[in-house]
Design a protein around this ligand. Structure first.
Ligand code: T5A
Length: 207
């Protein structure tokens, strides 16, 4: 049976994940592959409801552990309903965000114990890690203006120090894991896409 591949796109707010997820899916389809686009938190009706809960601005403080558990609950549903069935059917899954986001935002940004995130990752997806992760690296000062004019969700309202911690964890993980390819996403879109194209092409040749 054909084996599907799991590609994730990571990065901070406004890094260009959605813009480039579409580009990757079209590129794969152009090569005759069955590719599906999805995202986290979300990707199923139930997980999208959890996403709405997570992103909503509210007066009540959201405890970081509660936030982390909600994210993994949505991830369990997404894995069961979309990611695993698609991979088993031989599809290529292109997902905006996955557990690297949880290390960056909940452990890095919020200060949740990394060991706890490791434990939850093991419980929810075991060794189901992405085959390839495209990390779009961009300084907050470059990404923020890209979001001008949008209403800010609960995460986007965090301060610069929060996003600096998020970025630091992403960069640390990109250095630590070969599956994560770091791409300078502060450049114009055409240049970013050249690098994405090259990274995905290399990955396809080696798969
Ligand atoms: N979250 C999520 C956690 O805390 N833990 C987790 O485990 C997970 C899974 C929602 C939030 O959930 C949190 C983190 C998030 O805050 P989200 O909606 O997927 O997650 O994330 P956001 O980062 O908020 O999504 P954005 O839509 O803001 O950013 P994107 O998708 O990175 O950016 P995109 O593609 O929409 O582009 C933004 C704008 O920039 C332009 C685009 O045209 C667009 O207008 N743009 C560029 N402009 C110039 N040059 C380039 N190179 C450009 N690339 C894109």
């Amino acid at each position: 049976m054909l084996r599907g591949r799991f590609i994730t796109i990571e990065g901070g707010e406004g890094a260009g994940k959605s813009t480039n997820a579409d580009f990757v899916v079209e590129f794969l389809k152009g090569r005759g592959l069955d590719a599906v686009a999805t995202r986290e938190p979300g990707g199923t009706p139930l997980a999208e409801e959890v996403r709405s809960i997570l992103l909503a601005r509210r007066d009540e403080t959201v405890d970081p552990l509660t936030e982390t558990l909600l994210i993994f609950a949505a991830r369990a549903q997404h894995l069961a309903m979309v990611i695993e069935p698609s991979l088993h059917a031989g599809r290529w899954v292109v997902c905006e965000r996955f557990t690297d986001s949880t290390f960056a935002y909940q452990a890095g940004g919020r200060g949740v114990d990394r060991a706890l995130v490791e434990q939850l990752a093991e419980l929810v997806h075991g060794d189901r890690w992405p085959d390839l992760t495209l990390y779009l690296d961009v300084p907050t000062a470059v990404a923020s203006p890209r979001l001008a004019g949008r209403g800010l969700d609960r995460f986007e309202r965090e301060d610069r120090a929060f996003f600096e911690r998020v970025r630091a964890v992403y960069r640390e993980r990109a250095d630590a894991y070969d599956r994560i390819i770091s791409i300078d996403a502060s450049r114009e879109l055409a240049r970013v896409r050249q690098d994405i194209h090259a990274a995905v092409s290399r990955f396809m040749e080696s798969s």
